[in-house]
Write a protein that binds this ligand. Structure first.
Ligand SMILES: [Cu+2]
Length: 282
């Protein structure tokens, strides 16, 4: 079943992907059994209770308790599925990476209709952000560059690069409405709720090698929802570091004006916009 379904599935590039695909196969088997069972029952009832065989309806109805036992049985099975399988699966889904695994933490800030990606830079600490500093053209996440922790932070638009074989924690937030961060190749999808920061955990185990991997918004979020598309690049640690270095903001002397910084940020953005367009031109 799993091989059969794989024909229609996007390639998997996440460590947890195979178990999720296996569960998908189990669910399809269960649905197949239900479908065949119900269809057989439907045909049996059509035949057994046809008006030709029973011209007069029986108003008393059924006297046996069989259907009640079946319903209780189904309820018990559902409780077992919920407590035995669904809760443990959920617990492992929301289980944070161990600090010893050296997870890469990236913020993704959704907005109509782009994905802003925020890397903490070499210091590993996110600089502070503020609503007052948001400038859609030059500073879409309102990063406070005067904060010492923000100086080396890297912000890209619609471009998420990740190193292979390193656990990733994505911190999801939204500037406006509810979006949903969906990356089919990583077998993850998580609603992004305004006012909340929701963590998401996965580990990429394959590089994309030129394949185009999309980050899709999976929640109808407005008129241009269809165009809310980001791109995921999974590369080797060395390639990832090189990309980060290329995206890093140019070091600025403290004396230089904030206006100049803003100008540089706008240049960066224009560059990533051009990159995004380049992708969509396929
Ligand atoms: Cu959206």
């Amino acid at each position: 079943m799993q091989e059969f379904l794989a024909k229609w599935m996007p390639p998997n590039a996440a460590a947890h992907g195979p178990s999720l695909d296996a569960m998908n196969a189990i669910v399809h088997w269960m649905m197949a059994i239900l479908f065949v069972g119900w269809m057989a029952y439907f045909l049996l009832v059509l035949f057994k209770f046809s008006s030709k065989r029973h011209p007069k309806a029986v108003y008393a109805g059924t006297k046996s308790h069989f259907s009640m036992y079946v319903e209780v049985g189904i309820a018990v099975i559902e409780v077992i599925l919920l407590i035995g399988f669904a809760f443990p699966a959920w617990a492992s889904w929301v289980e944070p990476h161990e600090p010893g695994e050296n997870p890469l933490v990236v913020r993704v800030i959704a907005q109509q209709f782009t994905w802003n990606v925020h890397y903490p830079g070499p210091d590993g600490v996110f600089g502070s952000t503020s609503i007052e500093l948001i400038d859609e053209a030059s500073n879409p996440i309102g990063l406070d560059r005067s904060d010492a922790m923000a100086v080396d932070d890297i912000v890209t638009i619609n471009q998420l690069h990740l190193p292979v074989d390193r656990p990733v924690t994505i911190l999801l937030s939204s500037k406006d409405v509810i979006h949903s961060f969906g990356v089919p190749v990583m077998r993850v999808k998580q609603d992004v709720i305004p006012g909340m920061e929701i963590p998401m955990y996965f580990t990429p185990v394959k590089t994309n090698d030129g394949e185009r991997w999309e980050i899709a918004c999976a929640q109808l979020c407005g008129l241009s929802h269809y165009s809310m598309r980001g791109y995921l690049t999974v590369e080797t640690e060395a390639e990832f570091e090189a990309w980060l270095a290329e995206k890093a903001p140019a070091p600025v002397e403290p004396a230089e004006s904030a206006a100049q910084e803003a100008g540089e940020a706008a240049d960066d953005e224009a560059a990533s916009d051009a990159e995004a367009e380049d992708h969509s031109g396929h």
